[in-house]
Design a protein around this ligand. Structure first.
Ligand code: SAM
Length: 345
């Protein structure tokens, strides 16, 4: 690449060096050319937004948002009054000129998506490319991203990972995508990250099992939200749990590690729902036992269920409800598991 092809960004003094104190007054921005800021917003919990993101969203002259009504709620929460225009996959191209118009007047603008980091399985690529091609600065305001948040708690290797985004909805194409992915990660044994709708997560896991075999994995559901849940274990066990549910709700991301079927098969289920309801008639309330459950293998979990079954005289549905409250686990999972255990000879 020749020197004259290199493009550098002029960083504004108010936005440099996050570890140093800087003058963040509005007058100290706009000392260089105008900038498009790509601003990450919460993926669930409204508190997951940086001070800088709030300041930038307050200071820019226009915010291009995937869904203006959605972003209006966030802005209102932070008392930000900056005007919004829509910028989604169907009008993205036509918004480039509007944004260039503002930037040409020396006015900063921002781009946000409904949740998380714009452009990550979200609109914005064409805007960023168009604005860069027009010679303006584009700077990130980093923050939440479901892929990275989930990966960081997956317990799977993080030294090399591939973001696969949403798999193809057609099974034939999805299978060949998975085959290509499998070949691509062989060398580095990378962890794979998928985004998937809750309605298709079971089918995706079935296809991965078909193409890649059983692997250690995690399904993260509703990250940072009230009912967040992390299912960790071998794909086959996660599949079993998901299939036992009448419905799967909420946003899901799937993380698939490397390894063979010979893994321990240990599964852990965690939820952020507060365990505030006391349980009558069952002596399983100790925190040690709860900890045991979270760390136990499937067999140990089964023996906890069997013990509870033996020592309680209530109906299975009531027992499942009680244990679900007790251990913060989905009632339906416990119910199905007890039924399966009862069917065993
Ligand atoms: N730009 C976003 C990001 O930075 O993560 C992703 C947007 S993409 C349209 C939405 C998908 O991201 C969802 O279908 C789900 O797969 C994943 N996702 C977003 N928020 C999530 C959350 N709170 N928990 C789990 N997955 C989430």
């Amino acid at each position: 690449m020749q020197n004259n092809e290199l493009k550098s960004s002029n960083y504004k003094s108010s936005d440099t060096c996050s570890s140093e104190l800087s003058d963040t007054s509005p007058s100290n921005t706009n000392i260089n050319r105008a900038t498009l800021y790509i601003v990450a917003t919460p993926i669930g919990n409204l508190e997951d937004i940086t001070f800088r993101a709030v300041r930038i969203l307050s200071q820019v002259k226009l915010i291009a948002a995937e869904d203006t009504r959605h972003t209006a709620k966030l802005l209102s929460h932070y008392q930000i009054t900056t005007p919004l225009i829509s910028c989604h996959e169907h009008n993205e191209e036509s918004r480039i000129d509007t944004l260039i118009g503002k930037l040409s007047q020396g006015l900063d603008v921002a781009l946000v998506s409904d949740a998380g980091t714009p452009l990550i399985s979200d609109p914005g690529y064409r805007v960023v490319k168009g604005i860069l091609d027009a010679g303006f600065d584009v700077l990130p305001i980093p923050g939440p991203c479901a892929a990275i948040a989930g990966l960081s708690v997956s317990g799977l290797p993080t030294d090399s990972f591939i973001f696969a985004g949403f798999p193809n909805r057609k099974q034939g194409k999805r299978i060949s995508e998975l085959e290509t992915l499998n070949d691509a990660i062989k060398e580095k044994k990378s962890t794979i990250i998928f985004y998937e709708s809750p309605h298709r997560i079971v089918r995706l896991i079935e296809d991965i099992l078909l193409v890649m075999g059983n692997r250690p994995a995690m399904v993260a559901r509703e990250i940072t939200k009230h009912y967040e849940e992390y299912l960790r274990g071998m794909l086959s066990h996660i599949l079993e749990i998901l299939k036992s549910r009448p419905t799967i709700k909420g946003e899901c991301a799937l993380f698939v590690g490397w390894g063979s079927t010979s893994g321990s098969g240990a599964i852990t289920v965690a939820s952020s729902v507060a365990d505030e309801i006391s349980v009558d008639g069952l002596d399983h309330s100790s925190s040690e036992l709860k900890q045991d459950l979270l760390q136990s293998s499937y067999d140990e979990f089964d023996s906890i269920l069997l013990n509870a079954l033996e020592s309680s005289k209530v109906k299975i549905s009531a027992l499942a409800k009680t244990l679900s409250r007790q251990y913060n686990l989905p009632r339906q999972d416990i119910y199905s598991r007890i039924l399966k255990l009862q069917q065993k000879p």
